[in-house]
Design a protein around this ligand. Structure first.
Ligand code: SF4
Ligand code: SF4
Length: 110
């Protein structure tokens, strides 16, 4: 079972964030491309090594806009999944990202 980073969001950021990032640390090679490319800079490298010996990317847990740029630049299929909040019928974002819709995920690389 791959280890996946778990975001820690406050109630306030859940209301505002338009996206959510999930990183499969078994697939990440720690190249750092997603860190460089992320506009709001909400990804960092872990201090821990995965079982291949790489420091892996970790989502800060808040501030993702759902732009998908990290997904586009990542060379490792399956390492990144981006979820986007979907607007409700009234055009507002839902109050919680608890049931986000996967917008961009590694399978698209295959
Ligand atoms: S989807 Fe965009 S804002 Fe969110 S972590 Fe990736 S690059 Fe950053
Ligand atoms: S671009 Fe992909 S492989 Fe490179 S650090 Fe980010 S998630 Fe890991």
């Amino acid at each position: 079972m791959p280890e996946t980073s778990t975001p820690h969001q406050t109630a306030e950021t859940k209301k505002r964030d338009r996206g959510l990032l999930r990183i499969d640390t078994d697939e990440c090679k720690g190249c750092g491309l997603c860190l460089e490319a992320c506009p709001p800079k909400v990804i960092h490298l872990s201090e821990r090594l995965n079982h291949y010996g790489y420091r892996t990317a970790v989502y800060d847990g808040a501030g993702c806009t759902g732009c998908g740029i990290c997904f586009m630049v990542c060379p490792e299929p399956g390492a990144i999944t981006v979820f986007r909040a979907v607007a409700e019928d009234n055009g507002h974002l839902p109050a919680s990202n608890s049931a986000p819709v996967p917008a961009l995920k590694g399978a698209a690389h295959a």
